[in-house]
Design a protein around this ligand. Sequence first.
Ligand code: IMP
Ligand code: MG
Length: 177
Amino acid sequence: MHSDVERILLTRKEIDDRIFEIGKQISEDYEGKKPIFVGVLKGCFIFMADLMRSVSADCTMDFMAVSSYSGTVSTGAVKINKDLSQDISGRHVILVEDILDSGVTLSYLRNYLNVREPASIKIATLLDKPSRRKADIYPDYSCFEVPDAFVVGYGLDYDETYRNLPYIGILKPEVYS
Ligand code: IMP
Ligand code: MG
């Protein structure tokens, strides 16, 4: 375990198994619909890679990049740094996030993409931290609920570090205080 991690919340095996289940569910729900997975960079990259490989339905993918965070405290503002490179009108969109926290980012993105008239927009998140929710938004597919602690690994960062940890761990508070 990394020395900046207080404890491991979810092991690689637990994460893998759960993503496999969610992938199966998405495959059934989207049979014959060819959904487009839209990953929210950068935190989504590991989850999205695993999720898509567990989906058997035909699908496509794209990425968006947004920034709303600096350190552990949300600035509340969402900025689009990279938009989609294709048209999503009439498509079934699955927004893929690492963690649904306040929900400010995803609720902004959902409204932003809705204007382009997709057939549907659903949300798939690796982690859900419902205790911190500010926006009226819920995941359609969530792998795990986590407590109100700052977690890293499996794509999630603190100031761009720890994304490579092959588990989800709670970061020691002294690292960011
Ligand atoms: P929201 O707009 O508050 O839902 O913010 C979502 C984004 O904040 C996520 O995509 C993460 O990048 C970041 N975030 C929120 N909580 C955590 C955490 O515990 N660890 C790492 N990143 C987090
Ligand atoms: Mg982040």
